[in-house]
Design a protein around this ligand. Structure first.
Ligand SMILES: NC(=O)c1ccc[n+]([C@@H]2O[C@H](COP(=O)([O-])OP(=O)(O)OC[C@H]3O[C@@H](n4cnc5c(N)ncnc54)[C@H](O)[C@@H]3O)[C@@H](O)[C@H]2O)c1
Length: 372
């Protein structure tokens, strides 16, 4: 198989874990790779992914090879693969609304520092790199910057993987632009391999499948990486809270069960720097069963946030490549529902999995609407 060439926007913690993972799994040719959901997607293995371009705006990353840039402050993702290839040099991106004033005023180990380098022509650079897919890892709240890079992807003929809660794949106007350009897209806002979102989803599904009434579902998230720090600015946070609640609300909507007033909270709750990339989520579900009997569930989940995210991105990249080869365009329904919090179409867990398995076997289903 040919390589899947990827370009990166935002050389932060999530990309650090992904890049380390590409090296960590480079010789894994088993049918089941421990830690990876699917070893083989349409003939592609994790080792088929190659990073060909990367863009950032932080002075500590721009101008360095990605293999060095991923280990620079303020990144704090766990180092599980210290030896990585140098890779391409990080190029200066277009800052737009990517960096908040708050993050630039934070101590240097917790915040961002703007590079004075001249931004490159992203479309030209993408064309020269021959990238198949561009991955958006910008900070939450980067509306203009995300739209800028999404448009650059369209102009350069590159598929888009939108890992952040700026609504592109789930926005019909943006989806149409990708359809017109004959490109596939997955989005929006990735849900981790085993993170708070998928756990909340299956708990909500379990309650409904067992005939229970859900009075209250709370998911509090605490973390210490730059993503959590960036979301201390309330105006940047709104889309993330909406996206997290979408995951739970969707399971009511799919079944036609109204969400009761004040019965749902899911969102980043605070930033504790000592946690670094360890995210801790606390769940409380208050349910009522047979005879109106109360049932309470309390769960604590503790994960490495960025590695957990790389565990779905390594699959989403391969779904996009297979879709591109099959001529499927627009937002991929099944893979978006499986790997993202706010897809264009929410699905039940089992249905999203089935859709992904079909595409992994190069079979097209009803939810794959648009074929060139
Ligand atoms: N499990 C997870 O970690 C998870 C899950 C879902 C979504 N996300 C989202 O993924 C995104 C990336 O997360 P992260 O932890 O890697 O964040 P991060 O803060 O570590 O990295 C963001 C990077 O983007 C760079 N950047 C800022 N503005 C830019 C611009 N205009 N052009 C190019 N680069 C720019 C920053 O310098 C930084 O290197 C966040 O929006 C986060 O909410 C993460």
């Amino acid at each position: 198989m040919s390589k899947i060439k990827i370009a990166i926007v935002g050389v932060g913690n999530c990309f650090s874990s992904l890049y380390q993972g590409l090296e960590y799994y480079k010789n894994s040719d088993e049918d089941n790779i421990p830690g990876v959901m699917w070893a083989n997607i349409g003939g592609y293995r994790p080792s088929d992914i190659e990073v060909v371009a990367a863009y950032d705006v932080d002075v500590r990353k721009v101008g360095k090879p990605v293999g060095e840039a991923i280990f620079q402050l303020p990144n704090c993702a766990r180092v599980f693969q210290a030896k990585v290839p140098k890779g391409p040099t990080v190029q200066m991106g277009h800052v737009l609304d990517g960096l908040s004033t708050y993050m630039q005023e934070q101590p240097k180990e917790l915040g961002f520092r703007l590079s004075k380098a001249k931004p490159v022509d992203i479309v030209k650079s993408l064309e020269e790199s021959k990238a198949d897919i561009i991955i958006n890892y910008l900070p939450v709240g980067s509306q203009q910057a995300t739209e800028f890079y999404a448009q650059a992807a369209i102009d350069a003929g590159v598929a888009f993987l939108n890992c952040i809660p700026v609504f592109i794949a789930s926005n019909p106007k943006w989806e149409q632009k990708f359809i017109d350009a004959k490109l596939p897209i997955i989005g929006d806002d990735m849900r981790s391999q085993l993170g708070a979102s998928v756990l909340s989803q299956v708990l909500q599904e379990l309650a409904f499948d067992r005939g229970l009434d859900v009075d209250f579902h709370q998911q509090l998230n605490i973390g210490g990486n730059t993503d959590f720090n960036n979301m201390m600015v309330q105006s940047r946070l709104a889309s993330k809270k909406k996206s997290k609640e979408n995951v739970i609300r969707a399971q009511n909507d799919i079944r036609g069960i109204p969400v009761k007033e004040h019965s749902l909270f899911a969102g980043p709750s605070t930033y504790l720097p000592y946690l670094k990339d360890n995210k801790v989520a606390y769940f409380n579900l208050r349910l009522r069963g047979f005879g109106n009997a109360p049932i309470d569930i309390d769960v604590k989940l503790s994960v490495q946030d960025s590695e957990n995210s790389a565990g779905v991105v390594i699959d989403a990249i391969r779904y996009l490549k297979v879709a591109k080869e099959l001529g499927v365009v627009g937002a991929l329904r099944g893979p978006s529902a499986w790997t993202q919090k706010t897809p264009p179409q929410q699905m039940m867990y089992a249905d999203a999995k089935k859709e992904c398995e079909a595409l992994a076997n190069r079979k097209l289903t009803n939810s794959v609407k648009n074929i060139t």
